[in-house]
Design a protein around this ligand. Structure first.
Ligand SMILES: [Zn+2]
Ligand SMILES: [Zn+2]
Length: 257
Protein backbone atom coordinates (compact mmCIF):
# COMPACT_ATOMS: atom_id res chain seq x y z
CA UNK A 1 0.00 0.00 0.00
CA UNK A 2 1.17 3.50 -0.74
CA UNK A 3 -0.27 7.01 -0.77
CA UNK A 4 -3.08 7.61 -3.27
CA UNK A 5 -2.47 9.46 -6.50
CA UNK A 6 -4.65 12.35 -5.28
CA UNK A 7 -2.60 12.61 -2.09
CA UNK A 8 0.61 12.75 -4.11
CA UNK A 9 -0.80 15.45 -6.40
CA UNK A 10 -1.90 17.49 -3.41
CA UNK A 11 1.54 17.15 -1.87
CA UNK A 12 3.16 18.28 -5.12
CA UNK A 13 0.81 21.27 -5.33
CA UNK A 14 1.35 22.43 -1.76
CA UNK A 15 5.08 21.99 -2.20
CA UNK A 16 5.05 24.15 -5.31
CA UNK A 17 6.46 21.18 -7.24
CA UNK A 18 9.73 21.82 -5.46
CA UNK A 19 11.77 19.63 -3.12
CA UNK A 20 10.94 20.58 0.49
CA UNK A 21 14.50 20.15 1.76
CA UNK A 22 16.01 23.50 2.76
CA UNK A 23 18.74 24.50 0.32
CA UNK A 24 17.81 21.91 -2.30
CA UNK A 25 15.19 23.87 -4.29
CA UNK A 26 15.09 21.12 -6.88
CA UNK A 27 12.22 21.72 -9.36
CA UNK A 28 10.19 18.56 -9.57
CA UNK A 29 7.96 19.31 -12.53
CA UNK A 30 9.72 19.85 -15.84
CA UNK A 31 8.38 22.86 -17.75
CA UNK A 32 5.48 21.67 -19.82
CA UNK A 33 3.53 23.44 -22.54
CA UNK A 34 1.28 20.45 -23.02
CA UNK A 35 -0.29 21.10 -19.65
CA UNK A 36 0.27 17.61 -18.32
CA UNK A 37 3.32 17.76 -16.09
CA UNK A 38 5.34 14.66 -15.44
CA UNK A 39 5.90 14.26 -11.73
CA UNK A 40 9.43 13.48 -10.78
CA UNK A 41 9.10 14.28 -7.09
CA UNK A 42 8.67 11.60 -4.44
CA UNK A 43 6.14 11.42 -1.63
CA UNK A 44 8.63 10.44 1.07
CA UNK A 45 7.41 8.88 4.32
CA UNK A 46 8.15 10.86 7.45
CA UNK A 47 7.57 7.91 9.78
CA UNK A 48 8.70 4.92 7.72
CA UNK A 49 6.55 2.37 5.94
CA UNK A 50 8.08 -1.04 6.66
CA UNK A 51 8.73 -2.83 9.94
CA UNK A 52 11.59 -4.93 8.56
CA UNK A 53 9.74 -8.24 8.48
CA UNK A 54 9.89 -10.16 5.24
CA UNK A 55 11.90 -9.06 2.24
CA UNK A 56 12.06 -5.33 2.87
CA UNK A 57 14.45 -3.67 5.30
CA UNK A 58 13.08 -1.67 8.20
CA UNK A 59 12.27 1.87 7.00
CA UNK A 60 13.80 4.92 8.67
CA UNK A 61 11.63 6.33 11.48
CA UNK A 62 9.29 3.30 11.44
CA UNK A 63 6.67 3.69 14.16
CA UNK A 64 4.93 0.43 15.16
CA UNK A 65 2.04 2.30 16.78
CA UNK A 66 0.84 3.71 13.45
CA UNK A 67 -1.65 2.11 11.06
CA UNK A 68 -0.84 1.76 7.36
CA UNK A 69 -3.49 4.34 6.67
CA UNK A 70 -1.73 6.84 8.93
CA UNK A 71 1.62 6.04 7.33
CA UNK A 72 0.28 6.84 3.88
CA UNK A 73 -1.77 9.84 4.95
CA UNK A 74 -0.96 13.33 3.70
CA UNK A 75 0.27 14.29 7.16
CA UNK A 76 3.01 11.66 7.12
CA UNK A 77 4.44 12.51 3.69
CA UNK A 78 6.96 15.11 2.56
CA UNK A 79 7.67 16.04 -1.07
CA UNK A 80 11.31 15.44 -1.96
CA UNK A 81 13.64 14.86 -4.89
CA UNK A 82 15.05 11.35 -5.03
CA UNK A 83 18.45 12.47 -3.74
CA UNK A 84 16.99 14.07 -0.60
CA UNK A 85 14.65 11.10 -0.14
CA UNK A 86 17.66 8.78 -0.13
CA UNK A 87 19.49 11.07 2.30
CA UNK A 88 16.73 11.15 4.92
CA UNK A 89 16.00 7.43 4.63
CA UNK A 90 19.61 6.26 5.13
CA UNK A 91 20.07 4.17 8.26
CA UNK A 92 21.54 5.19 10.62
CA UNK A 93 22.71 8.64 9.41
CA UNK A 94 19.58 9.97 7.71
CA UNK A 95 17.31 8.57 10.37
CA UNK A 96 19.36 10.20 13.13
CA UNK A 97 19.81 13.53 11.38
CA UNK A 98 16.17 13.75 10.30
CA UNK A 99 13.88 12.61 13.09
CA UNK A 100 10.09 12.80 12.63
CA UNK A 101 9.66 16.20 14.33
CA UNK A 102 12.37 17.79 12.22
CA UNK A 103 10.80 16.57 8.99
CA UNK A 104 7.38 17.86 10.05
CA UNK A 105 8.93 21.27 10.66
CA UNK A 106 10.76 21.27 7.33
CA UNK A 107 7.55 20.34 5.52
CA UNK A 108 5.40 22.97 7.28
CA UNK A 109 7.93 25.71 6.64
CA UNK A 110 8.27 24.78 2.99
CA UNK A 111 4.52 24.66 2.39
CA UNK A 112 4.09 28.03 4.07
CA UNK A 113 6.83 29.55 1.91
CA UNK A 114 5.21 28.18 -1.24
CA UNK A 115 1.81 29.50 -0.23
CA UNK A 116 3.20 32.95 0.46
CA UNK A 117 5.07 33.08 -2.87
CA UNK A 118 1.87 32.05 -4.65
CA UNK A 119 -0.08 34.82 -2.94
CA UNK A 120 2.62 37.45 -3.50
CA UNK A 121 2.81 36.66 -7.21
CA UNK A 122 -0.84 37.61 -7.77
CA UNK A 123 0.53 41.17 -7.89
CA UNK A 124 2.58 40.25 -10.98
CA UNK A 125 -0.31 38.83 -12.98
CA UNK A 126 -0.96 40.79 -16.17
CA UNK A 127 -2.03 40.03 -19.74
CA UNK A 128 1.26 38.32 -20.77
CA UNK A 129 1.06 35.90 -17.81
CA UNK A 130 -2.64 35.26 -18.43
CA UNK A 131 -1.91 34.59 -22.08
CA UNK A 132 0.69 31.99 -21.18
CA UNK A 133 -1.51 30.46 -18.49
CA UNK A 134 -4.51 29.98 -20.82
CA UNK A 135 -2.78 29.07 -24.08
CA UNK A 136 -3.77 25.43 -23.59
CA UNK A 137 -7.44 26.37 -23.97
CA UNK A 138 -7.00 27.13 -27.69
CA UNK A 139 -7.06 23.40 -28.42
CA UNK A 140 -10.01 22.42 -26.21
CA UNK A 141 -13.29 21.28 -27.77
CA UNK A 142 -16.18 22.76 -25.78
CA UNK A 143 -18.25 19.61 -25.48
CA UNK A 144 -19.12 19.70 -21.79
CA UNK A 145 -22.54 21.00 -20.82
CA UNK A 146 -22.03 24.26 -19.01
CA UNK A 147 -25.46 25.84 -18.91
CA UNK A 148 -27.64 26.99 -16.07
CA UNK A 149 -25.43 28.64 -13.54
CA UNK A 150 -27.45 30.85 -11.29
CA UNK A 151 -25.61 33.47 -9.31
CA UNK A 152 -24.94 32.75 -5.71
CA UNK A 153 -22.94 34.62 -3.10
CA UNK A 154 -19.30 33.57 -3.07
CA UNK A 155 -19.44 32.55 0.57
CA UNK A 156 -22.27 30.16 -0.10
CA UNK A 157 -20.33 28.59 -2.92
CA UNK A 158 -17.30 28.16 -0.74
CA UNK A 159 -19.44 26.46 1.89
CA UNK A 160 -21.11 24.24 -0.68
CA UNK A 161 -17.74 23.04 -1.84
CA UNK A 162 -16.56 22.45 1.73
CA UNK A 163 -13.46 24.56 1.47
CA UNK A 164 -11.12 25.14 4.36
CA UNK A 165 -9.49 28.37 5.52
CA UNK A 166 -6.39 27.91 3.37
CA UNK A 167 -8.49 27.64 0.23
CA UNK A 168 -10.55 30.66 1.30
CA UNK A 169 -7.36 32.67 1.76
CA UNK A 170 -6.17 31.81 -1.74
CA UNK A 171 -9.56 32.70 -3.21
CA UNK A 172 -9.66 36.02 -1.38
CA UNK A 173 -6.27 36.95 -2.80
CA UNK A 174 -7.10 35.69 -6.27
CA UNK A 175 -10.26 37.77 -6.36
CA UNK A 176 -8.02 40.84 -6.31
CA UNK A 177 -6.92 39.88 -9.83
CA UNK A 178 -10.33 38.65 -11.03
CA UNK A 179 -11.15 41.89 -12.87
CA UNK A 180 -7.85 41.68 -14.74
CA UNK A 181 -8.81 38.13 -15.76
CA UNK A 182 -12.26 39.31 -16.97
CA UNK A 183 -10.64 42.04 -19.03
CA UNK A 184 -8.23 39.56 -20.50
CA UNK A 185 -10.90 37.01 -21.41
CA UNK A 186 -13.05 39.74 -22.98
CA UNK A 187 -10.13 41.02 -25.01
CA UNK A 188 -9.35 37.55 -26.40
CA UNK A 189 -13.04 36.93 -27.11
CA UNK A 190 -13.07 39.89 -29.50
CA UNK A 191 -10.99 37.95 -31.99
CA UNK A 192 -11.87 34.43 -30.81
CA UNK A 193 -15.51 34.34 -29.70
CA UNK A 194 -15.39 30.75 -28.43
CA UNK A 195 -12.36 31.25 -26.21
CA UNK A 196 -14.35 31.71 -22.96
CA UNK A 197 -16.32 28.51 -23.64
CA UNK A 198 -13.23 26.47 -24.37
CA UNK A 199 -11.51 27.74 -21.25
CA UNK A 200 -14.52 26.85 -19.14
CA UNK A 201 -14.84 23.43 -20.79
CA UNK A 202 -11.21 22.61 -20.07
CA UNK A 203 -11.66 23.29 -16.37
CA UNK A 204 -15.02 21.56 -16.16
CA UNK A 205 -13.68 18.42 -17.77
CA UNK A 206 -11.00 18.20 -15.09
CA UNK A 207 -13.52 19.05 -12.38
CA UNK A 208 -15.85 16.18 -13.30
CA UNK A 209 -12.93 13.85 -13.71
CA UNK A 210 -11.72 14.56 -10.15
CA UNK A 211 -15.28 14.36 -8.78
CA UNK A 212 -15.72 10.96 -10.38
CA UNK A 213 -12.66 9.79 -8.45
CA UNK A 214 -14.46 10.78 -5.25
CA UNK A 215 -12.36 13.87 -4.49
CA UNK A 216 -14.23 16.72 -2.82
CA UNK A 217 -14.05 19.87 -0.71
CA UNK A 218 -10.70 21.53 -0.15
CA UNK A 219 -8.80 18.69 -1.81
CA UNK A 220 -10.85 19.11 -4.97
CA UNK A 221 -10.25 22.84 -4.95
CA UNK A 222 -6.50 22.42 -4.51
CA UNK A 223 -6.24 19.78 -7.22
CA UNK A 224 -8.07 22.20 -9.52
CA UNK A 225 -5.51 24.83 -8.52
CA UNK A 226 -2.75 22.46 -9.47
CA UNK A 227 -4.45 21.75 -12.80
CA UNK A 228 -4.70 25.52 -13.37
CA UNK A 229 -0.94 25.81 -12.96
CA UNK A 230 -0.35 23.33 -15.77
CA UNK A 231 3.20 22.52 -14.72
CA UNK A 232 4.39 26.09 -15.16
CA UNK A 233 7.67 26.84 -13.45
CA UNK A 234 7.48 30.65 -13.25
CA UNK A 235 5.58 31.82 -10.19
CA UNK A 236 3.74 34.61 -12.03
CA UNK A 237 2.41 32.09 -14.58
CA UNK A 238 1.38 29.73 -11.81
CA UNK A 239 -0.51 32.46 -10.02
CA UNK A 240 -2.04 33.61 -13.33
CA UNK A 241 -3.43 30.09 -13.78
CA UNK A 242 -4.87 30.25 -10.28
CA UNK A 243 -6.38 33.67 -10.93
CA UNK A 244 -8.21 32.25 -13.96
CA UNK A 245 -9.61 29.37 -11.89
CA UNK A 246 -10.72 31.75 -9.15
CA UNK A 247 -12.35 34.03 -11.69
CA UNK A 248 -14.33 31.07 -13.06
CA UNK A 249 -15.15 30.06 -9.52
CA UNK A 250 -16.44 33.54 -8.75
CA UNK A 251 -18.58 33.69 -11.86
CA UNK A 252 -19.93 30.25 -11.01
CA UNK A 253 -18.51 28.60 -14.11
CA UNK A 254 -16.58 25.94 -12.24
CA UNK A 255 -17.57 24.25 -8.97
CA UNK A 256 -21.05 23.63 -7.79
CA UNK A 257 -23.62 26.33 -7.67
ZN1 LIG B 1 9.01 6.23 1.86
ZN1 LIG C 1 16.03 17.67 -2.79
Amino acid sequence: MSATYATKLLLAFRSGDTCAMPGCNCKLTPDSDSGYPINVGEAAHIAGEHNGDGKKKRSARYDPSMTDEQRNHYNNLIYLCSTCHTTIDAIPHGENAYPVERLHKIKAKHEEKVRQAMLDAFADVGFPELEEATRWATTIQPSVVTTDYSLLGLDDKIKKNDLDDDARGVIAMGLGVASEVSRYIESVAQTDAEFPERLKAGFLEEYWCLKKEGIKGGDLFELMCRFAQRGFTRQAQRSAGLAVLIHLFETCEVFEK
